[in-house]
Design a protein around this ligand. Structure first.
Ligand code: HOZ
Length: 432
């Protein structure tokens, strides 16, 4: 038990709770569903994070996705410092924004135009508005357990922190807003078809995480995404892939490239900002041209295309383009980890469903299979809490919720995976 001392984190958490709701600036961080004190992080390097008490953690959160290159990558950090020397924000057009738009559009052929924003939430909110403006329709169709940020119309049967904290339908969302959000069952295209028929001519878009990663990781069944493409076309709705997590993570062309299904619009965040606050939405030229100042769908932002964020994002994406082997390598390590955990589950009779693809994975404490939100919710969250703390005490840092993903990075090594499996074995011996 290397990492039990949390004196400074305890003190900081007590102070934080006085002036920050729940002591955190994003709910899952509060450790509510696993109990205990959130660790206050002082610095991070490569695959490691260090807290205020000096504990070192092998990190599998990676800032919830952005740190695919590992923490504080020297090339990214150098570009940020270089950019900072020239000014932090201009509120005016810059060359880096053009470079970023060209880089994204050159890499992802179905993204013909792109608009930068400041977060994944903003990207989704704007993409949905664009879809509504383009189609002249109000309703949006999402999936139970998918999380698309915290815009009002997306906080209906939502995943991530909303699921963890038990408020998938948030208070404060006007009834009228929620009424225009239809929710289907992930991996059940028939449920989508039914809703489209019942709301014929009214659905502006189907929005989906092509790999769901906010009810834990849930993979699309064979043919599911293709069927969504067909249904969207058939019913005149746009298909939006929320690739805030999967974009540039599953492949350079994200999940759309990985599964070979083209959306009309795509949302990005996380990796494209290399750790700085960024989001983006893009896609078909005819759809994107509804956005102001060309079209009549308004969207704007003082810090959009911020030069420091663009510098970090460009450095990250350029590195990924130069090192495409990262995708096969993280996939290889992910597979060893997934298979290793599944074997240990069998050995110690811990009922498990291990889902994953590429550098994303989740361990559900249920017999499984986990294919949608209902089956994810069957997981034993108390067992997860014990597992989480067992790993944390052994210096392994995973998301403090059954319904979040584990993220691998280019910095993780075979030794790290072996160390993690040793820790998992020790914990399974106790909780099995
Ligand atoms: N919504 C994020 C997980 N899917 C958590 C963000 C955070 O706490 O930083």
């Amino acid at each position: 038990m290397a990492n039990c001392n949390s004196t400074k984190s305890d003190e900081l958490f007590a102070r934080a709770k006085e002036h920050i709701p729940g002591g955190v600036n994003s709910p899952v961080r509060a450790f509510l569903s696993v109990g205990g004190t959130p660790r206050f992080i002082a610095r991070a390097e490569g695959q490691y994070m260090y807290d205020e008490d000096g504990n070192c953690y092998l990190d599998y959160i990676g800032s919830w996705g952005p740190m695919l290159l590992g923490h504080n990558h020297p090339l990214v950090a150098a570009e940020v410092v270089k950019a900072a020397n020239y000014g932090l924000s201009f509120g005016a057009a810059t060359k880096r924004e053009v470079d970023m738009a060209e880089l994204i559009c050159d890499t992802v052929p179905w993204v013909e135009m792109v608009r930068m924003v400041n977060s994944g939430t903003e990207a989704v909110m704007s993409a949905v508005r664009a879809a509504r403006g383009f189609t002249g329709r109000d309703k949006v169709l999402k999936f139970e357990g998918c999380y698309h940020g915290h815009a009002d119309c997306m906080l209906v049967k939502a995943g991530s922190g909303a699921l963890t904290t038990g408020v998938p339908d948030s208070a404060g969302v006007p009834e009228g807003c929620a009424r225009d959000t239809l929710t289907a069952v992930y991996n059940d295209a028939d449920s989508v078809e039914r809703l489209l028929r019942e709301n014929e001519g009214q659905v502006a878009c189907i929005i989906v995480e092509p790999v769901a990663a906010n009810m834990g990781v849930v993979l699309p069944k064979e043919g599911f995404l293709k069927r969504l493409r067909g249904l969207a076309d058939e019913h005149g709705a746009l298909l939006i892939f929320d690739e805030v997590i999967t974009g540039f993570r599953l492949s350079l062309q994200g999940a759309a490239g990985y599964f070979g299904v083209r959306p009309d619009l795509v949302t990005y965040g996380k990796i494209i900002g290399g750790g700085m606050p960024v989001g983006a939405f893009g896609g078909r030229r005819d759809v994107m041209q509804v956005i102001a100042p060309v079209g009549s769908v308004y969207q704007a932002g003082t810090l959009s295309g911020n030069p420091i964020a663009m510098a970090a994002g460009l450095a990250t994406l350029r590195w990924l383009k130069k090192h495409p082997e990262i995708y096969t390598e993280t996939d290889r390590l992910g597979k060893i980890l997934r298979e290793g955990i599944a074997e240990l589950g069998e050995k110690y009779r811990v009922p498990l469903a291990v889902n994953g693809v590429g550098s994303l994975l989740s361990v559900f404490f249920t017999e499984g299979p986990v294919t949608d939100c209902a089956s994810a919710r069957k997981a034993d969250t108390e067992k997860f809490a014990k597992y989480f703390h067992g790993l944390l005490d052994r210096g392994i840092y995973i998301g403090p919720s059954q319904f979040e993903a584990m993220f691998l990075s280019a910095a993780h090594t075979d030794e790290d995976i072996a160390q993690t499996l040793e820790a998992v074995e020790e914990v399974f011996k106790i909780i099995g």
